[in-house]
Ligand binder design. Structure first.
Ligand SMILES: [Zn+2]
Length: 209
């Protein structure tokens, strides 16, 4: 996919990246593109549960569903490549002692009867998710909350912006929004995005305006 400062709206006309219009239509755009390429039944049994698992940090389940989707419909490979890379990245990182302790505390908590959990709700372990960059457990922060350059939506371990996996934001258009909006401070993000998609003009375009 060729990335420029324009994106294609669901009606086929052009919009400007990094605008409200871009952010607002992001979810619809990726889903419309996938639905147009795939048979409805295949979409429902792969993308729907895969996207759900992905957004909950269940990388293994998500990867399985995404690979199944591609085997059913190879044309969607490009759309899912960023998500698959993230799943593979996290899954190759070994959990450390702290990560394993968090998982143990979580499963012990979940094993308690619901009524007990309700009484003890103030001492419930806080919900964490494996960061899509470093693979460490970090407190869950909604991808729509706060801004990364003010340190409001960053991984507690590696510090990178927007650490929670999100099917829409991690897609090509979501990344392009972040790229042109300059929403994150990490140089790695811009390098990786430009190496992959060779965007033209580059991310400084709107800064110069
Ligand atoms: Zn991290």
């Amino acid at each position: 996919m060729k990335i420029t400062v324009n994106f294609e709206k669901p009606d086929g006309s052009e919009g400007l990246r990094s605008t409200h219009e871009d952010a607002d239509s992001l979810p619809r755009r990726i889903f419309i593109r996938l639905v147009n390429l795939m048979a409805e039944g295949d979409y429902n049994k792969t993308i729907t549960p895969g996207g759900e698992a992905y957004n909950h940090g269940q990388y293994e389940e998500a990867l399985e569903k995404f690979q199944e989707a591609i085997s059913l419909c190879p044309q969607i490979e490009e759309e899912l490549r960023p998500h698959i890379e993230i799943c593979n990245r996290v899954l190759t990182i070994n959990k450390n002692k702290e990560d394993l302790e968090y998982e143990k505390a979580g499963s012990q908590w979940n094993a308690k009867p619901q009524i007990i959990r309700w009484f003890l709700q103030k001492s419930a372990p806080i919900f964490k998710i494996r960061c899509k960059y470093c693979g460490r457990y970090t407190p869950y922060i909604d991808p729509y909350c706060g801004v990364a350059y003010l340190d409001q939506n960053n991984c507690m371990k590696c510090g990178r912006g927007y650490p929670v996996p999100d099917f829409v934001w991690d897609g090509i258009d979501g990344q392009a929004f972040i790229y042109y909006r300059n929403s994150v401070t990490e140089k790695e993000f811009y390098k990786q995005f430009s190496d992959r998609y060779n965007p033209n003009p580059d991310h400084t375009y709107f800064l110069k305006k």
